[in-house]
Design a protein around this ligand. Sequence first.
Ligand SMILES: C[S@@+](CC[C@H](N)C(=O)[O-])C[C@H]1O[C@@H](n2cnc3c(N)ncnc32)[C@H](O)[C@@H]1O
Length: 272
Amino acid sequence: MILEALEYLMTPCPKWARDFGYLSESIAIRHRAKRCADAWKPHQDQTKAAILENCPDDAETIVVLGAGHCFDIPVPELARRCRNLVLVDAVRPMGLCLPRNTEFLTRDIHGLSLCLFEGRNRHQRGEPLQEFSGADYVVSANLISQLPILPLRHLARLGLAADLPPQDGLAAQIQRDHIADLKALSGRAVLIGDARRVVRDRSDKVLSDEALTKLMLLPTPMRSWSWHLVPPGENSDGRTVEIDVGVWMFRPDVANGRKRDLSTLDPLLGAS
Ligand SMILES: C[S@@+](CC[C@H](N)C(=O)[O-])C[C@H]1O[C@@H](n2cnc3c(N)ncnc32)[C@H](O)[C@@H]1O
Protein backbone atom coordinates (compact mmCIF):
# COMPACT_ATOMS: atom_id res chain seq x y z
CA MET A 1 0.00 0.00 0.00
CA ILE A 2 2.84 2.39 0.95
CA LEU A 3 4.69 1.49 -2.25
CA GLU A 4 1.56 2.16 -4.29
CA ALA A 5 1.10 5.54 -2.60
CA LEU A 6 4.73 6.41 -3.32
CA GLU A 7 4.35 5.31 -6.92
CA TYR A 8 1.24 7.51 -7.18
CA LEU A 9 3.12 10.53 -5.85
CA MET A 10 6.32 9.98 -7.83
CA THR A 11 5.01 9.07 -11.30
CA PRO A 12 5.19 12.18 -13.52
CA CYS A 13 1.80 12.55 -15.12
CA PRO A 14 -0.31 15.37 -16.64
CA LYS A 15 -2.73 16.90 -14.13
CA TRP A 16 -5.82 15.94 -16.15
CA ALA A 17 -4.70 12.29 -16.12
CA ARG A 18 -4.06 12.29 -12.37
CA ASP A 19 -7.35 14.09 -11.57
CA PHE A 20 -9.46 11.86 -13.83
CA GLY A 21 -8.03 8.64 -12.33
CA TYR A 22 -5.78 7.45 -15.21
CA LEU A 23 -2.77 7.19 -12.92
CA SER A 24 -4.57 5.14 -10.23
CA GLU A 25 -5.98 2.89 -12.98
CA SER A 26 -2.51 2.41 -14.46
CA ILE A 27 -1.11 1.37 -11.06
CA ALA A 28 -4.11 -0.94 -10.54
CA ILE A 29 -3.59 -2.56 -13.98
CA ARG A 30 0.02 -3.39 -13.10
CA HIS A 31 -1.06 -5.20 -9.93
CA ARG A 32 -3.94 -7.00 -11.69
CA ALA A 33 -1.59 -8.05 -14.50
CA LYS A 34 0.76 -9.59 -11.92
CA ARG A 35 -2.05 -11.49 -10.17
CA CYS A 36 -3.58 -12.69 -13.46
CA ALA A 37 -0.25 -13.31 -15.25
CA ASP A 38 -1.04 -16.89 -16.31
CA ALA A 39 -4.55 -16.12 -17.52
CA TRP A 40 -3.44 -12.99 -19.42
CA LYS A 41 -0.28 -14.36 -21.09
CA PRO A 42 -1.97 -16.03 -24.10
CA HIS A 43 -3.85 -12.78 -24.82
CA GLN A 44 -0.68 -10.69 -24.52
CA ASP A 45 1.13 -13.07 -26.88
CA GLN A 46 -1.74 -12.98 -29.39
CA THR A 47 -1.77 -9.16 -29.28
CA LYS A 48 1.99 -8.99 -29.89
CA ALA A 49 1.69 -11.44 -32.80
CA ALA A 50 -1.18 -9.47 -34.39
CA ILE A 51 0.78 -6.21 -34.09
CA LEU A 52 3.87 -7.68 -35.77
CA GLU A 53 1.95 -9.64 -38.40
CA ASN A 54 0.26 -6.50 -39.76
CA CYS A 55 3.30 -4.23 -39.53
CA PRO A 56 4.42 -2.94 -42.95
CA ASP A 57 8.03 -3.88 -43.82
CA ASP A 58 9.20 -0.42 -44.71
CA ALA A 59 7.79 1.73 -41.91
CA GLU A 60 9.51 4.97 -40.95
CA THR A 61 7.24 5.77 -38.00
CA ILE A 62 5.11 3.38 -35.95
CA VAL A 63 2.67 4.59 -33.30
CA VAL A 64 1.10 2.46 -30.56
CA LEU A 65 -1.94 3.95 -28.80
CA GLY A 66 -2.76 2.67 -25.30
CA ALA A 67 0.77 1.37 -24.78
CA GLY A 68 0.55 1.63 -20.97
CA HIS A 69 2.94 -0.83 -19.34
CA CYS A 70 3.64 -2.46 -22.75
CA PHE A 71 2.73 -5.91 -21.40
CA ASP A 72 1.09 -6.66 -24.76
CA ILE A 73 3.36 -4.60 -27.03
CA PRO A 74 6.41 -6.13 -28.79
CA VAL A 75 8.50 -2.99 -28.17
CA PRO A 76 12.01 -4.29 -29.06
CA GLU A 77 10.78 -5.98 -32.26
CA LEU A 78 8.82 -2.90 -33.39
CA ALA A 79 11.74 -0.60 -32.58
CA ARG A 80 13.95 -2.74 -34.85
CA ARG A 81 11.43 -2.49 -37.68
CA CYS A 82 11.23 1.30 -37.97
CA ARG A 83 13.15 4.52 -37.55
CA ASN A 84 10.84 6.04 -34.90
CA LEU A 85 8.61 4.17 -32.49
CA VAL A 86 6.08 6.33 -30.65
CA LEU A 87 4.20 4.94 -27.65
CA VAL A 88 1.16 6.90 -26.48
CA ASP A 89 -0.89 6.69 -23.30
CA ALA A 90 -2.43 8.96 -20.66
CA VAL A 91 0.30 7.82 -18.25
CA ARG A 92 3.91 6.80 -18.72
CA PRO A 93 4.40 4.11 -16.05
CA MET A 94 7.47 4.37 -13.84
CA GLY A 95 10.48 2.21 -14.64
CA LEU A 96 9.71 1.62 -18.32
CA CYS A 97 13.00 1.11 -20.23
CA LEU A 98 12.73 1.89 -23.91
CA PRO A 99 15.00 1.45 -26.94
CA ARG A 100 16.89 4.55 -28.19
CA ASN A 101 14.55 5.22 -31.12
CA THR A 102 11.42 5.06 -28.95
CA GLU A 103 9.59 7.94 -27.32
CA PHE A 104 6.63 7.85 -24.95
CA LEU A 105 4.03 10.61 -25.26
CA THR A 106 1.35 11.31 -22.65
CA ARG A 107 -1.80 12.34 -24.50
CA ASP A 108 -5.58 12.05 -24.25
CA ILE A 109 -6.17 9.70 -27.16
CA HIS A 110 -9.89 10.47 -27.45
CA GLY A 111 -9.84 14.05 -26.22
CA LEU A 112 -13.01 14.09 -24.09
CA SER A 113 -11.26 13.95 -20.69
CA LEU A 114 -8.93 16.82 -21.56
CA CYS A 115 -11.89 18.73 -22.96
CA LEU A 116 -13.88 18.31 -19.73
CA PHE A 117 -10.79 19.09 -17.62
CA GLU A 118 -10.30 22.38 -19.49
CA GLY A 119 -13.98 23.24 -19.20
CA ARG A 120 -14.61 22.94 -22.92
CA ASN A 121 -17.74 21.57 -24.57
CA ARG A 122 -17.57 17.83 -25.21
CA HIS A 123 -18.05 18.44 -28.94
CA GLN A 124 -14.76 20.38 -29.01
CA ARG A 125 -12.45 17.41 -28.52
CA GLY A 126 -10.64 18.30 -31.73
CA GLU A 127 -8.62 15.78 -33.75
CA PRO A 128 -6.51 13.98 -31.16
CA LEU A 129 -4.77 11.67 -33.66
CA GLN A 130 -3.94 14.44 -36.12
CA GLU A 131 -0.31 14.60 -34.93
CA PHE A 132 0.13 10.96 -36.00
CA SER A 133 -1.32 11.45 -39.48
CA GLY A 134 2.11 11.01 -41.07
CA ALA A 135 2.81 7.64 -39.39
CA ASP A 136 3.02 4.55 -41.57
CA TYR A 137 1.46 2.21 -39.02
CA VAL A 138 -0.78 3.07 -36.07
CA VAL A 139 -1.97 0.41 -33.63
CA SER A 140 -4.77 0.89 -31.10
CA ALA A 141 -3.86 -1.76 -28.52
CA ASN A 142 -6.55 -3.01 -26.14
CA LEU A 143 -7.64 0.54 -25.51
CA ILE A 144 -11.04 1.05 -27.08
CA SER A 145 -13.10 -0.48 -24.26
CA GLN A 146 -11.24 1.73 -21.75
CA LEU A 147 -11.82 5.03 -23.55
CA PRO A 148 -15.32 5.80 -22.18
CA ILE A 149 -14.78 4.65 -18.57
CA LEU A 150 -13.05 7.59 -16.91
CA PRO A 151 -14.75 10.50 -18.74
CA LEU A 152 -18.15 8.91 -17.99
CA ARG A 153 -17.14 8.42 -14.35
CA HIS A 154 -16.20 12.10 -14.21
CA LEU A 155 -19.53 13.18 -15.73
CA ALA A 156 -21.40 10.96 -13.27
CA ARG A 157 -19.46 12.55 -10.36
CA LEU A 158 -20.54 15.98 -11.59
CA GLY A 159 -24.11 14.73 -11.78
CA LEU A 160 -24.14 15.49 -15.51
CA ALA A 161 -24.64 11.99 -16.82
CA ALA A 162 -28.42 12.38 -16.61
CA ASP A 163 -28.34 15.22 -19.16
CA LEU A 164 -26.59 13.03 -21.70
CA PRO A 165 -27.84 10.22 -23.88
CA PRO A 166 -28.03 6.85 -22.05
CA GLN A 167 -24.59 5.66 -20.84
CA ASP A 168 -24.36 3.11 -23.60
CA GLY A 169 -25.06 5.82 -26.15
CA LEU A 170 -22.18 8.05 -25.07
CA ALA A 171 -19.80 5.14 -24.44
CA ALA A 172 -20.46 3.75 -27.92
CA GLN A 173 -20.13 7.25 -29.41
CA ILE A 174 -16.69 7.65 -27.83
CA GLN A 175 -15.64 4.30 -29.29
CA ARG A 176 -17.01 5.17 -32.71
CA ASP A 177 -15.13 8.50 -32.58
CA HIS A 178 -11.91 6.55 -31.99
CA ILE A 179 -12.63 4.30 -34.97
CA ALA A 180 -13.33 7.37 -37.14
CA ASP A 181 -10.05 8.92 -35.93
CA LEU A 182 -8.16 5.75 -36.92
CA LYS A 183 -9.86 5.62 -40.31
CA ALA A 184 -8.93 9.24 -40.98
CA LEU A 185 -5.19 8.50 -40.73
CA SER A 186 -3.28 8.26 -43.96
CA GLY A 187 -1.19 5.23 -42.93
CA ARG A 188 -2.26 1.71 -42.07
CA ALA A 189 -4.23 1.46 -38.83
CA VAL A 190 -4.95 -1.66 -36.81
CA LEU A 191 -7.52 -1.81 -34.04
CA ILE A 192 -7.17 -4.53 -31.41
CA GLY A 193 -10.00 -4.49 -28.90
CA ASP A 194 -12.95 -6.12 -27.17
CA ALA A 195 -15.50 -7.59 -29.56
CA ARG A 196 -17.68 -9.43 -27.03
CA ARG A 197 -17.82 -9.57 -23.22
CA VAL A 198 -19.38 -12.45 -21.26
CA VAL A 199 -19.87 -12.21 -17.48
CA ARG A 200 -20.58 -15.42 -15.52
CA ASP A 201 -21.38 -16.09 -11.88
CA ARG A 202 -19.48 -18.60 -9.73
CA SER A 203 -21.67 -21.48 -11.00
CA ASP A 204 -20.76 -20.51 -14.60
CA LYS A 205 -24.23 -19.15 -15.35
CA VAL A 206 -24.09 -16.37 -17.95
CA LEU A 207 -25.15 -13.05 -16.37
CA SER A 208 -24.53 -10.89 -19.44
CA ASP A 209 -23.31 -11.37 -22.97
CA GLU A 210 -22.63 -8.15 -24.87
CA ALA A 211 -21.80 -7.97 -28.58
CA LEU A 212 -19.61 -4.86 -28.44
CA THR A 213 -18.89 -4.87 -32.17
CA LYS A 214 -22.55 -4.04 -32.84
CA LEU A 215 -22.39 -0.94 -30.62
CA MET A 216 -19.19 0.12 -32.37
CA LEU A 217 -20.65 -0.64 -35.82
CA LEU A 218 -17.70 -2.89 -36.67
CA PRO A 219 -17.79 -5.89 -39.01
CA THR A 220 -16.59 -9.37 -38.03
CA PRO A 221 -12.93 -9.10 -36.99
CA MET A 222 -10.26 -10.52 -39.30
CA ARG A 223 -8.85 -12.46 -36.35
CA SER A 224 -10.01 -13.08 -32.75
CA TRP A 225 -9.13 -14.94 -29.56
CA SER A 226 -10.48 -15.39 -26.10
CA TRP A 227 -9.10 -13.55 -23.03
CA HIS A 228 -9.99 -14.48 -19.46
CA LEU A 229 -9.87 -10.88 -18.21
CA VAL A 230 -11.27 -11.82 -14.79
CA PRO A 231 -10.33 -15.46 -14.23
CA PRO A 232 -11.86 -17.64 -11.50
CA GLY A 233 -10.62 -16.56 -8.06
CA GLU A 234 -9.89 -12.93 -9.02
CA ASN A 235 -13.21 -11.43 -7.89
CA SER A 236 -14.45 -12.00 -4.35
CA ASP A 237 -18.07 -12.42 -5.59
CA GLY A 238 -16.96 -15.30 -7.86
CA ARG A 239 -17.83 -13.50 -11.10
CA THR A 240 -15.62 -14.11 -14.12
CA VAL A 241 -15.28 -12.05 -17.31
CA GLU A 242 -14.26 -13.49 -20.66
CA ILE A 243 -13.56 -11.25 -23.64
CA ASP A 244 -13.43 -12.08 -27.34
CA VAL A 245 -10.67 -9.81 -28.58
CA GLY A 246 -10.81 -8.85 -32.25
CA VAL A 247 -8.40 -7.38 -34.81
CA TRP A 248 -9.55 -4.96 -37.52
CA MET A 249 -7.44 -3.29 -40.14
CA PHE A 250 -8.17 0.02 -41.83
CA ARG A 251 -6.40 1.05 -45.04
CA PRO A 252 -4.59 -2.29 -45.47
CA ASP A 253 -3.52 -1.21 -48.94
CA VAL A 254 -1.35 1.64 -47.66
CA ALA A 255 2.19 1.72 -46.34
CA ASN A 256 4.40 4.83 -46.30
CA GLY A 257 1.57 6.74 -47.95
CA ARG A 258 1.87 4.48 -51.04
CA LYS A 259 -0.73 2.09 -52.32
CA ARG A 260 0.28 -1.55 -51.95
CA ASP A 261 -0.52 -4.52 -54.13
CA LEU A 262 -3.35 -6.21 -52.20
CA SER A 263 -2.88 -9.52 -54.01
CA THR A 264 0.12 -10.23 -51.76
CA LEU A 265 -1.98 -9.98 -48.58
CA ASP A 266 -4.27 -12.52 -46.95
CA PRO A 267 -7.96 -12.16 -47.71
CA LEU A 268 -8.71 -9.26 -45.36
CA LEU A 269 -12.11 -10.22 -44.07
CA GLY A 270 -13.67 -7.36 -42.20
CA ALA A 271 -11.23 -4.74 -43.43
CA SER A 272 -12.88 -1.49 -44.31
C1 LIG B 1 -6.11 -2.17 -20.91
S1 LIG B 1 -4.79 -1.01 -21.00
C2 LIG B 1 -3.97 -1.61 -22.42
C3 LIG B 1 -2.88 -2.51 -22.03
C4 LIG B 1 -1.52 -1.84 -22.10
N1 LIG B 1 -1.01 -1.97 -23.44
C5 LIG B 1 -0.57 -2.42 -21.07
O1 LIG B 1 0.22 -3.30 -21.39
O2 LIG B 1 -0.61 -1.95 -19.93
C6 LIG B 1 -5.57 0.43 -21.61
C7 LIG B 1 -4.65 1.63 -21.62
O3 LIG B 1 -5.36 2.70 -22.22
C8 LIG B 1 -5.00 3.90 -21.55
N2 LIG B 1 -6.07 4.88 -21.81
C9 LIG B 1 -7.40 4.77 -21.55
N3 LIG B 1 -8.04 5.88 -21.97
C10 LIG B 1 -7.09 6.72 -22.48
C11 LIG B 1 -7.12 8.02 -23.06
N4 LIG B 1 -8.26 8.70 -23.19
N5 LIG B 1 -5.97 8.55 -23.49
C12 LIG B 1 -4.79 7.89 -23.35
N6 LIG B 1 -4.69 6.64 -22.82
C13 LIG B 1 -5.83 6.07 -22.39
C14 LIG B 1 -4.86 3.51 -20.11
O4 LIG B 1 -4.04 4.44 -19.42
C15 LIG B 1 -4.25 2.11 -20.22
O5 LIG B 1 -2.84 2.14 -20.16
